[in-house]
Ligand binder design. Structure first.
Ligand SMILES: NC(=O)c1ccc[n+]([C@@H]2O[C@H](COP(=O)([O-])OP(=O)(O)OC[C@H]3O[C@@H](n4cnc5c(N)ncnc54)[C@H](OP(=O)(O)O)[C@@H]3O)[C@@H](O)[C@H]2O)c1
Length: 341
């Protein structure tokens, strides 16, 4: 099996460049069996995929991580030395922010995750008109100084606010944003800012909820809840509609299939590699429907980070020829995270 490459965030946390995404256990992607989900985490860890991404609002995700963490500690006393990296998010409703509110939110996550310090907290804010995000981040930075948080990070912040926040001296190490062959908004401004400020992008939507795979090649447009049966599929199908529609998407899948066949890999591998190779991207988050039979792609996922998978200029040309005919999502939706506001 390919070794999983690592990257070090500026706060000191070393993570895998492929992260296991846990939105898929929130309940919005089908029913979740907690014991089964906990058991399913072991195969990821055994494959070297030890970094998990979750949020306080992803249903039982933090608890599932905590239960697995407890199980792992028992193994540790028996001689195993696996270390997990747990990145969570704090996603508060805009409301008064004071040190007590901020600390209580972190303590809730720590207790669910069964840790005494959070490896990384990614902060989300719904409304830029409400400037209390600056207060919240200031308190988070204080708690980082106190040792409660390793890396302080953001999710879905645009370049303008990232600039504002870092100019106040708040040490941000990553911003989690949507970044895929479909949604290339980060390439417009965000990437350059991140590169010049040692901030890593952690990306989601890179597989468009699974739409960027052989499963949808040559298939009729999926419609309705029965066919778009996870929150992820319906979210990214909307993105495809804005981007250029199902016809153009099929052309993209054909181009990706040509490239994938040339490398003896999958469409998902090409879609992941393309984003992993972007200059400011630290890691790609791949959603995992933990405990759902037939929904585990570990072996294939590992191929995305194989050093043998090198996209050539000709591969990029094949892909970019289709992308050049898509709509400009930056103009339609605004910079990163614009669709949430
Ligand atoms: N910050 C935010 O606002 C935000 C928003 C969305 C997501 N996220 C994070 O990003 C993670 C990723 O979620 P996402 O919604 O963006 O989904 P995604 O990673 O684009 O897609 C995940 C789905 O792709 C399919 N898949 C995975 N590997 C595959 C492979 N090798 N070949 C073929 N299909 C494959 C699986 O579908 P099946 O299960 O059907 O097989 C899986 O459920 C989330 O769990 C969360 O941690 C963050």
């Amino acid at each position: 099996m390919a070794k999983v490459p690592k990257v070090c965030l500026s706060g000191g946390l070393e993570i895998c460049r492929i992260l296991n995404g846990m939105w898929q256990v929130s309940g919005a992607h089908g029913p979740v069996d907690i014991p089964k989900a906990v058991q399913a985490m072991q195969a990821y860890v055994d494959a070297g995929l030890t970094t998990f991404d979750m949020a306080d609002i992803y249903g039982p995700a933090e608890e599932i991580y905590g239960l697995f963490n407890r199980q792992l500690r028992t193994q540790t006393t028996e001689g195993s030395t696996v270390v997990l990296q747990g990145l969570t998010k704090w996603v508060p409703r805009p409301s008064p922010m004071d040190p007590k509110v901020v600390k209580a939110a972190l303590q809730r996550s720590m207790s669910r995750m069964e840790v005494d310090r959070l490896d990384c907290v990614q902060f989300h804010w719904w409304d830029y008109g409400d400037k209390r995000y600056l207060q919240a981040l200031g308190y988070l930075a204080d708690l980082q100084q106190d040792g409660l948080i390793g890396d302080l990070a953001l999710t879905n912040f645009d370049t303008h606010r990232l600039e504002e926040i870092t100019s106040k001296g708040i040490p941000i190490s990553s911003n989690q944003v949507q970044y895929s062959l479909i949604d290339q908004r980060p390439a417009a401004k965000m990437e350059e800012f991140c590169l010049s400020h040692n901030i890593q992008l952690l990306t989601y939507g890179t597989l468009a909820g699974g739409l960027l795979s052989e499963r949808y090649l040559g298939k009729a447009e999926p419609k309705g809840r029965a066919e778009l049966c996870t929150a992820s599929l319906s979210k990214y199908k909307n993105m495809i509609d804005s981007w250029g529609g199902w016809g153009l998407f099929q052309e993209l899948l054909v181009a990706l299939d040509t490239v994938a066949t040339g490398h003896g890999c999958s469409i998902a591998n090409v879609a992941t590699r393309y984003i992993l190779d972007r200059p400011a991207v630290g890691g790609v988050i791949v959603g995992c429907r933990l405990g759902v039979a037939g929904a585990e792609h570990i072996e294939d996922t590992l191929r995305s980070c194989s050093p043998e998978l090198l996209l050539t200029p000709a591969d990029l040309q094949t892909i970019d020829a289709v992308l050049a005919r898509s709509r400009n999502l930056l103009q339609l939706l605004g910079d990163c995270g614009g669709e949430y506001r």
